[in-house]
Design a protein around this ligand. Structure first.
Ligand code: DLL
Length: 438
């Protein structure tokens, strides 16, 4: 059995190559990946046969559009190891996605897969401006979640000193940051906000901490949150994107002084953006659902995985790799409130804009009759000692702005500082009351 994506694993992105050279490399690797999946995974053999396509049909990169999608449901049906393309004994590591519903998605890696993942994560951390010898405080959760270990190995690969803190125990984390003086913080943006809050609660000025760079991801976040993180932690914040099914963190990232958007490592991952309703591939620049195909993964090749993440594909700029725009939401994040599509990121931006509110919020969805109702829970800032009247004023103003800018009437509840639950990893925003009402 041939098990190799071919080519070398190079920490330096092939910046010197032309777009044509990258396309040639992609086609060669794509042919290998599709054949590898078809020969070694019954799921692909059947789904390709059902669609009437064979690996030999791949003559150009565009031919990939004829192949069937892989979905989260396919991972569930094949739980836990049914999508693996190598004997289990060649799998050196297992991770899972951090989904909260149903069985988690299980993913596996050969030693070479880990090597490539480590390399791509190393590229991302370096792209954000990390230098050999920098100290990296990793507050992504360690364990089955890919955030901790993926970042860890990548940071070590480029010669950084890693502090593998994992998430939680924020007071202790602040002490470690004060004592060990890390240059770089890696965390979910919502947990980084918790850390900022913990600094402030202890009477410390986080802006004066040693942190220079923040590498944040694993959940959607907005430009307003970036501005808040930069101002409160005194660092430059970069977006890091990835998902377990494709690899983990390190699929795409922002670069210091680099092009706008997140550079996607096209020498190992092939992107498409589709219309989530029709499945049609959209032209570059149009907004839709990101679909990813791995080009070199041995243990778990994914062919046309529907990420459910909404973004746009952007042309290469400075270097041959294409970019994606910030992932602003998942297809399943969208709420339909009285016929209006509402994304949490729209509300997050307004919360930041209005002033006097902490960035923590929850969305409570309920149903009385045929339509869903939404209550937005927010809280005032730590240092705000105003009473109920002020909270009512803020609620009225936020309700008005949501009506104006999002076009929907929702209820807004403004709580006292520190009332809303803070998650140590990814923020959980949705409070689901619909099932109970049915
Ligand atoms: O969240 C991997 C990761 C860890 C990425 C650390 C970045 C940093 P999963 O648990 O499988 O993997 O969740 C993947 O999280 O499909 C997106 O919906 C969301 N997501 C990840 N990064 C971003 C980002 C990790 N930068 C899912 N912006 C993905 C928006 C993101 N959403």
């Amino acid at each position: 059995m041939e098990v190799s994506g071919g080519g070398t694993v190079d920490i330096d992105a092939p910046e010197h190559q032309s777009v044509e050279q990258i396309r040639d490399l992609q086609l060669q690797r794509l042919r290998w990946s599709v054949r590898h999946a078809c020969e070694n995974v019954p799921h692909y053999r059947h789904s390709f046969a059902d669609r009437g396509v064979r690996p030999d049909d791949l003559r150009t990169l565009e031919d990939l559009a004829q192949f069937p999608f892989l979905t989260k449901q396919d991972f569930r049906v094949n739980y836990p190891f049914g999508l693996f393309a190598v004997p289990r004994a060649r799998v050196v590591r297992i991770h899972t996605s951090s989904g909260t519903t149903g069985k988690p998605t299980v993913v596996g890696y050969t030693a070479r897969d880990i090597d490539i993942w480590t390399t791509l994560m190393g590229r991302c951390i370096r792209a954000a401006g990390a230098r050999t010898g920098d100290i990296v405080h990793i507050a992504y959760d360690y364990g089955l979640f890919t955030g901790g270990l993926g970042s860890h190995w990548g940071a070590e690969r480029i010669g950084c000193t890693v502090i593998p803190v994992s998430s939680g125990r924020s007071g202790w984390q602040v002490e470690l940051i004060e004592d060990f003086r890390p240059d770089i913080l890696m965390a979910t943006p919502s947990y980084a906000l918790n850390l900022a809050e913990t600094f402030e609660r202890r009477g410390l000025d986080a802006k004066l901490s040693s942190l220079r760079i923040g590498i944040f991801g694993a959940e959607p976040w907005t430009e307003a949150t970036r501005a808040a993180l930069q101002a409160r932690l005194g660092l430059e914040a970069f977006d890091l994107y990835g998902l377990a099914e494709v690899m983990g963190p390190g699929v795409a990232c922002e670069s210091a002084g680099g092009p706008e958007g997140l550079t996607l490592w096209e020498d190992h991952i092939y992107p498409e953006v589709i219309d989530p309703h029709t499945g049609q591939v959209l032209p570059e620049g149009e907004e839709g659902e990101l679909v990813l195909t791995t080009l070199t993964k041995e243990a778990l090749p994914v062919i046309r995985y529907r990420t459910r993440d909404l973004t746009r594909l952007l042309p290469p700029q400075r270097g041959p790799m294409r970019r994606i725009a910030r992932v602003f939401a998942r297809t399943d994040d969208m709420l339909v409130i009285h016929g209006v599509n509402v994304f949490p990121s729209q509300l997050e931006a307004l919360i930041a804009h209005i002033g006097g509110l902490s960035p923590h919020y929850k969305l409570e969805v309920s149903r009385q009759g045929p339509l869903d109702d939404l209550t937005l829970h927010v809280e005032t800032l730590e240092h705000d000692h105003e009473g109920d009247a002020a909270r009512r004023r803020i609620a009225a103003e936020l309700t008005r702005q949501i009506k104006t800018y999002v076009g929907v009437s929702i209820a807004v509840a403004v709580h006292r500082p520190g009332t809303l639950e803070r998650a140590p990893g990814k923020a959980t925003r949705l409070i689901e009351r619909r099932a109970a009402a049915r």
